[in-house]
Design a protein around this ligand. Structure first.
Ligand code: SF4
Length: 235
C-alpha cells in the first residue's frame, strides 16, 4: 500500500466489504483453471475476446495433440495450430500469438519457464508486454495466475462494476483502474486472485449489461442499483 491517508483507508475498507460480500455470495472461484503455468499462459492468450467456455475446447485439443509444450507448439504448422484452437475464436490471430510466445520463450529463455516466471515481476511484466499479442490484461493474468505476483487484473467486467458502484476513476485507462486496487488493498496474491475471479462471476450473475439489481448482494452499497438506473449504467 503506497499511502495510509484517511481517504485511502476508507476506500480500502469499502473494497474489502465488497470483496467479502462477493465471497459470501459466490464462494471461492478456484482460478485459474488449468494444469500448470504453460497451460495457464496459453489460456490467458486464448481467452482474449472470448469466454472461458470457448477456451476449454481449444486447450483440450492442444492437450490431445501433445502441444502443451513450447517446443511442440513451435513445431506445429501455423494452419494446424489455428485448426486446433478454432473454438476460441480469432483463431488465426491467436495461433500467431501462441507461436510468438513459444518462440520468445525458446529464443530468450531456452524454454525455462520457471526461471522466466521467477524473475523480478516488474521486469517480467515489461518482457511480457514486448511479446506480440500480449497487452496489459493478458500480462497481468500471467503475472497473477502463472507467476504468483500481485498484479490486479483489470477487464471490462471490473470497469463496469466499479463505475456502477461509484468508485471508478475518471476515464478508461487500464493503469488508473489497476492503481485503485494496488493503492488501496494489501499486495496479496491470494486476495487479488480471488477478487478478480469474483468480479467476473458477479458480472455474469448479477451486474450484467442489463443488471439484475434486485438480487444483488451489493445493492445497498451501489448508487446505480439504488437509483434504479442500472439498465443504462454502462456496459
Ligand atoms: S446493484 Fe446493480 S448495478 Fe450495482 S453492482 Fe449490483 S447489479 Fe451492479
Amino acid at each position: 500500500m503506497s499511502t495510509a491517508s484517511p481517504s485511502h483507508l476508507l476506500l480500502g475498507r469499502r473494497f474489502m466489504v465488497i470483496y467479502r460480500r462477493l465471497l459470501r455470495r459466490y464462494g471461492p472461484q478456484h482460478w485459474w483453471p488449468g494444469d500448470g503455468a504453460f497451460e495457464t499462459i496459453l489460456g490467458a492468450i486464448l481467452t482474449q475476446n472470448t469466454s472461458w467456455k470457448n477456451v476449454e475446447g481449444a486447450l483440450a485439443s492442444l492437450k490431445a495433440a501433445g502441444a502443451l509444450r513450447p517446443d511442440r507448439l513451435r513445431a506445429l504448422p501455423q494452419e494446424g495450430l489455428a485448426r486446433l484452437i478454432r473454438s476460441s475464436g480469432f483463431f488465426n490471430v491467436k495461433a500467431r500469438r501462441l507461436k510468438a510466445f513459444a518462440q520468445y520463450l525458446g529464443d530468450r529463455h531456452g524454454d525455462d519457464l520457471d526461471a522466466f516466471l521467477r524473475q523480478d515481476p516488474a521486469a517480467l511484466r515489461n518482457e511480457l508486454l514486448g511479446v506480440h499479442g500480449i497487452g496489459p490484461e493478458t500480462a497481468d493474468d500471467i503475472l497473477l495466475y502463472a507467476a504468483g505476483a500481485p498484479f490486479f487484473v483489470i477487464d471490462a467486467y471490473t470497469k463496469r462494476i466499479l463505475r456502477r458502484l461509484g468508485v471508478a476513476p475518471a476515464g478508461d485507462d487500464y493503469g488508473t483502474f489497476q492503481a485503485l486496487f494496488h493503492d488501496n488493498l494489501k499486495q496479496d496474491v491470494a486476495l487479488f486472485n480471488e477478487y478478480h475471479a469474483l468480479l467476473d462471476r458477479h458480472a455474469k450473475e448479477a451486474c450484467r449489461k442489463q443488471p439484475l439489481c434486485q438480487r444483488c448482494c451489493l445493492l445497498d452499497l451501489c448508487p446505480t442499483g439504488k437509483s434504479g438506473t442500472g439498465a443504462s449504467g454502462g456496459g
